[in-house]
Write a protein that binds this ligand. Structure first.
Ligand code: EPZ
Length: 421
């Protein structure tokens, strides 16, 4: 298995291009199942999870044409012949469950392998299933599969999510677009990726109001049509490289990055003493004066601080002046990076859902590994600032969500390379 080797201590300077958001692209690709016409997505990131979703859709019968130069994919669902998402694909990528709502809405049936727990928590999909049942679906769980069908069309319903779910909101939004009558989704997730999906569905002919709020109203239509949609910039990639600039005391322009979708992360960076400036073509991140200051962080649904930035921020705060408290309120097991950061010399104590991070003056390079995407990248960030050599193992986690990470960092002066096995 490939490793990433980093020799730390180089301040990053230069420009890093930010790609389209993986977590927006995944549901947008699933939306191609809603229509026999062509959905074209522009600004598609080239990462492993996107390739896995493309494979799943191809298996279901969606025809895809990629244009590498334009970074776009055209998906046509006129010959979808299969409605089963098999275990082998779903176990590798949980977002496969996003095909459930579209398949059920258009074909009246879907069989999707039940995603198991994963490194960051148990992650059930009960809220997706309850909402689809409210819309008239019959759902059985058997042999590790979700077996769902509906006689005729799904029916509009009043869905109140008892807690906020990004994937649940996306699945129901897609299902409601083709349901009979009006669906109200209350306590909906407001993540920019949900908003991006709603805007794309609108371009496909869906009738949706309340976009960007916690209550979405969807009036179902008989059919959706062809559209071309530009995927939003990846706010988590943006935040990750912002931390890379900050942790190394660098000065980096994050090209195409947006301020609006990243206010919580940028606000915390500014409180920690990092300069964040909006420019014509992106966001500039600079830390010129001394050490980072400790800040407290609590992960929350959008617009709160994203759980997908918690590990990266922890890496930064290991080097802060003073103590910080980091509380993870979304996932029950998302501190898998802590033991690895400890091996690099960090001072962190975990108490339940909170971690106290006492800043140290330096980290030292070490061989490390992590069990999920964001935990892995937090170790890359720590390695960029550490004395000596850090080797991050299990690079396939990074490849799920970061495109050309070593090239992007090396272009700004990082000493980083991929070591093939
Ligand atoms: C999305 O996952 C993201 N994935 C995750 O990013 C992200 O961490 C998460 O939202 C929270 O922001 C994609 O967009 C593909 P949820 P999702 O449903 O939709 C519980 C990354 O690193 N829950 O909002 O699966 C659940 O267990 C990934 O890019 C239920 O109990 O997250 C969790 O504790 C990791 N029942 C909480 O809700 C359900 O039916 C939020 O989960 C659904 C969720």
């Amino acid at each position: 298995m490939d490793r990433i080797r980093i020799t730390g201590g180089r301040p990053l300077t230069g420009e890093i291009p930010i790609g389209g958001a993986k977590n927006a692209a995944l549901p947008l690709m699933a939306a191609s199942l809603l229509t026999p016409e062509t959905l074209t997505l522009v600004n598609l990131p080239s990462v492993a999870d996107i390739h896995a979703m493309a494979n799943l859709l191809a298996e279901l019968g969606v025809k895809t044409e990629k244009d590498a130069d334009a970074r776009s994919i055209a998906m046509t669902g006129d010959a979808v012949s299969e409605t089963t998402a098999p275990y082998d694909i779903v176990r590798k990528m949980r977002a496969s469950v996003l095909v459930l709502g579209p398949l059920l809405a258009r074909f009246g049936k879907a069989r999707v392998s039940l995603p198991g727990g994963c490194a960051i928590g148990t992650r059930p999909v009960d809220l997706h299933l309850k909402a689809l049942e409210q819309m008239g679906a019959t759902i059985e769980l058997a042999g590790g599969y979700i077996d769902a069908h509906v006689d005729g069309r799904l029916k509009g319903a009043h869905i109140l999510f008892p807690s906020i779910t990004v994937g649940g909101t996306e699945n129901i939004l897609m299902a409601a677009a083709l349901a009979e009558g009006e669906t109200v989704i209350a306590n909906a997730a407001r993540e920019p990726e949900v908003t991006d999906l709603a805007c794309c569905l609108q371009a496909m002919g869906a009738q949706i109001t309340g976009i960007g709020s916690d209550t979405l109203h969807v009036t179902g239509v008989d059919a959706l049509k062809s559209a071309t949609h530009n995927i939003v910039p990846d706010r988590i990639e943006t935040g990750t490289y912002a931390v890379a600039a900050a942790i190394t005391g660098g000065d980096v322009l994050l090209k195409h990055a947006e301020m609006a979708s990243n206010e919580a992360v940028f606000g915390h960076l500014m409180r920690a003493g990092v300069d964040v400036t909006e420019t014509d073509d992106g966001i500039r991140i600079a830390r010129k004066n001394g050490r980072i200051r400790g800040v407290d962080v609590m992960t929350e649904p959008y617009p709160g601080f994203p759980t997908d930035m918690q590990a990266q921020f922890m890496a930064l705060l290991t080097l802060a002046e003073g103590a910080s408290m980091i509380t993870e309120s979304i996932f029950e097991n998302r501190f898998m990076h802590v033991p690895e950061l400890l091996r690099m010399g960090a001072d962190i104590n975990v108490h339940g859902a909170s971690a106290i991070v006492r800043g140290v003056k330096k980290l030292s390079g070490a061989p490390v590994m992590a069990t999920d995407l964001r935990a892995s990248v937090s170790l890359v960030l720590a390695g960029l600032a550490a004395d000596g050599v850090t080797e991050v193992n299990r690079v396939y986690h990074l490849d799920r969500g970061y495109e050309c990470i070593e090239q992007k960092l090396a272009a700004c002066g990082a000493e980083i390379e991929r070591v093939p096995e």
